[in-house]
Ligand binder design. Sequence first.
Ligand code: UDX
Length: 432
Amino acid sequence: MNISIIGSGYVGLVTGACFAELGNKVICADNDTEKISDLKKGVIPIYEPGLEELVANNLKRKRLRFTTSIKEAVKESEIIFIAVGTPSLGNGEADLTGIENVARQIAINMSSYRLIAEKSTVPVETGEWVKHTISTHVKRNVKFDVASNPEFLREGCAINDFMHPDRIVIGVESKKARDILLSLYKPLHAPIVITNIKSAELIKHASNAFLATKISFINAVSNICDKVGAQITEVAEGMGLDKRIGSSFLNAGVGYGGSCFPKDLDAFITISEKLGYNFELLKAVKDINEQQKACVLGKLKDALWIIKDKTIGVLGLSFKPSTDDIRNAPSLDIIKALEAEGANIKVYDPQAMAKARSMLKNAKFCKDPYQACKDADCLLIVTEWDEFKELDFTRVKKLLKRPLIIDGRNIYDPKKLSKLGFIYIGIGRSEK
Ligand code: UDX
């Protein structure tokens, strides 16, 4: 099929490359000329395992093309995905300026039937506005359909998520749109949920909000574990084996971050409010997530007493492993709070340091985890990169000023570290 993706950010790029890999002819468009000129040369602006190879392979086979011209993209494709950003406005609302703009440009450039599918995460009823915008600007007698086809890609494993999805959600209003999307996704052999457009839009917001709720729930329980000396990892295991609950997304830690959960939660709370519903549950989920960062600071203070002039070695900047993404990363808030109290920060991350440098002007960026440990009063784990799980602890102990580890992601075995002579403090894992 001939497909265009408007917006070559994280979602657009992965989606475009994967559709091309499935044998479709794909045009990825973006108004960022520098980005497009890099992409034409195979230079990928983000770190996502496997993406560079996928793009290179499909560029070579001429199944993937990049352009700055929406006109060209619309002219040559029957299906047009909108994958532009929907950032948060200051008040939590999603900024849909990009969506409106693209919808208008698609309409102006359409001269025969097109299926326009929303990929970006958008508040419920955006599809209605897209339809309205296209109707207003399209030439008379040109037919089109609008669909909602939300993505559920996780950074770090986005290609695998695309190729092996738990489900594909298709929100449509016509048989034609339904048939086109069904045949596009047929090669993936995945369960397909067909709904109306509003339900599809809501599935996306509700799924992300539910996952964030699961994380905040287990983080809240971890606070109780700390108070009584129970082990959150055991509690989570015992809960997760209940099939109705499920074991994923029950890892307690420093809180969730990233480009999706915080933004989507805000947008869901705001659209609910606009529709006349006060979604208090989600407000609490958000609050707990903020408190979790403060909880890590509290643990540091309990262990070090005064933070001023102490050196903290921080391992991990990205909001989760296998990505260089630091958007809404808990690391940034934690480091800034520590610096505000007068701490010296030494930090290491396998991928995210380049992106973080301009935001953390006072931190010392280290070449490896051991340099971050050298002469530090404490080692703080913020992101659970595999590299940190296999440290040489004898070396770490020699390098640290005090053998204190605050494990913000519960990646270490507390008993093993205690045996090696460390003071180990995890999340919801204190011994009483
Ligand atoms: C998420 C959704 O999973 C995906 O479906 C959607 O399309 C985009 O948003 P992503 O932001 O890439 O994907 O990351 P995800 O793996 O879901 O993790 C989100 C955050 O939750 C991370 O900060 C992670 O560290 C945190 N998390 C996750 C926990 O703290 N505990 C867990 O048990 C799981």
